[in-house]
Design a protein around this ligand. Structure first.
Ligand SMILES: Nc1nc2c(c(=O)[nH]1)N[C@H]1C(S)=C(S)[C@@H](COP(=O)(O)OP(=O)(O)OC[C@H]3O[C@@H](n4cnc5c(N)ncnc54)[C@H](O)[C@@H]3O)O[C@H]1N2
Ligand code: MOO
Length: 409
């Protein structure tokens, strides 16, 4: 009889941290192409941003002290001495008793230290009535407030999102050194699996859903996906195709054949791919118990359970952790939101359950409605936005409890 030597979810994450070595090869790429890459160097700010004091509003540059104590009923008066042009240095500096019009983003004249919004002023033919006082620095971005010259702007190991690219663009940094992106190979296994292009199925056949879902996740997370097709339940063919594909990629995923059935060859094939080999076969988790994780000559190999919903859930949890670590990012689950569960969710202690949930907002509160259903049913995922983790020590969560939800994205 065959049994799984199951690991807990926590043990599995710890083993991933221990076993998966990041790719250290770096490349230089244009900033335009750098979205989702991980920085391979510390980047220092080359310039102050902004390099001049800017107004954050349309208003009047003033000396703040000259507005102290003014109110709606007791306005202050200043002489209006012209206008700052966008993108230009003000033509004069501000003297006592003066105000100068400055547009949002315009440069403050020398001698001013705050801006009063136009809504709080009235221009009476060159005499400006001011109805509200401002503090020094109010409505002003100071020199280097956004980024300070010489300071670390972004650390090595930072994943470049739109905001990091924007920060680099502001500095005129148009090329960056990043870690090469891993290429992820994928094989579906099973005699019953046929290409999605099959116009008509013979009874007993199913189209390759997992190749599509896993490919979409890999690409969505910013990695390169190489679909290797479908292999029959033949030990020799499976091993040969897996070896060929592994040689061309940085990480291999196989789906199906992960369990303990007579034709479930995944674990043997994965073990044959190289040392140190399988470090997890079986996790105390539902769904996805038969998950296989391995390292073959420094390349991670993931054996996903064949059931379509299990494959997606396991790939969200462990697959994402492995790919991120391979790409030089210490893994941390960040795609969380909190929601109140709409029904009791019972769970068996001793294993971590991941329950699919639909999220909706009612009366300004987020709710998570459990979508129960077998792990073979992709429709349960189509109805879901995320999943709730029920810890191994817990017997479930009660209706109305606020729980963290891992978002599918
Ligand atoms: N005796 C036991 N049987 C099973 C156990 C167990 O512990 N003892 N675990 C069950 C669990 S839980 C899961 S999950 C499955 C996983 O099995 P496999 O990884 O070996 O997957 P297959 O048997 O190949 O397929 C399962 C199911 O999924 C369909 N499938 C597979 N690949 C695809 C694909 N690419 N696209 C669409 N559908 C796919 C396949 O046709 C099967 O219906 O094992 C249980 N059994
Ligand atoms: O662990 Mo399986 O994925 O429940 O069907």
């Amino acid at each position: 009889m065959k049994f799984f030597q199951v690991k807990s979810v926590e043990e599995t994450f710890n083993l991933i941290r221990e076993q998966i070595q990041p790719i250290t090869e770096t490349i230089k790429i244009p900033l335009y192409d750098a979205l989702h890459y991980v920085l391979a160097e510390d980047l220092v700010a080359l310039e102050n941003v902004p390099d001049f004091r800017r107004s954050t509003v349309d208003g009047y540059a003033v000396k703040a002290s000259e507005t102290f104590g003014v109110t709606e009923s007791l306005p202050g008066f200043l002489h209006l001495v012209g206008e700052v042009q966008m993108g230009k240095v003000p033509s004069s500096s501000l003297q006592s008793g003066e105000a100068m019009y400055v547009p949002t983003g315009g440069m403050l004249p020398e001698g001013s230290n705050a801006v009063v919004m136009i809504e709080h002023c009235e221009d009476m033919s060159g005499l400006l009535n001011i109805f509200r006082q401002v503090a020094p620095g109010e409505n002003v971005i100071s020199v280097g407030e956004d980024m300070e010259k010489g300071h670390i702007l972004l650390e090595k190991g930072t994943k470049l999102r739109s905001q990091e690219l924007g920060a680099l663009a502001s500095q005129g940094i148009i090329e960056v050194s990043v870690y090469r992106k891993p290429v992820i190979g994928y094989l579906s296994s099973g005699d019953e699996i046929v290409p999605i292009e099959a116009a008509k199925l013979s009874l007993g056949e199913v189209r390759d859903m997992n190749g599509m879902t896993i490919g979409a996740l890999v690409k969505g997370w910013g990695f390169t996906f190489q679909y290797g097709g479908i292999v029959q339940d033949s030990r020799e063919e499976f091993e040969q195709r897996a070896k060929e594909l592994l040689a061309k990629v940085d990480c291999l995923i196989v789906s199906g054949g992960s369990s303990v059935g007579t034709k479930d060859y995944s674990v043997e094939v994965i073990q044959s791919l190289g040392e140190p080999g399988v470090f997890v076969h079986g996790v105390a988790i539902k769904p996805g118990k038969p998950t296989i994780l391995s390292s073959a000559g420094n390349k991670p190999v993931i054996g996903l359970p064949g059931h379509p919903a299990s494959a997606v859930i396991i790939f969200h949890l462990f697959g994402k952790a492995i790919l991120e670590q391979l790409n030089g990012l210490p893994y941390e689950e960040r795609r969380l939101t909190f929601a109140k569960v709409t029904k009791n969710i019972p769970s068996s202690p001793g294993r971590t359950d991941y329950v699919r949930v639909r999220l909706f907002n009612e009366n300004n509160e987020w709710h998570a409605e459990p979508i129960f259903g077998k792990s073979g049913l992709i429709s349960t995922l189509v109805k879901s936005e995320g999943m709730v983790e029920i810890a191994a020590r817990s017997e479930g969560v009660q209706k109305g409890e606020l729980v963290p939800v891992i978002i599918f994205q």
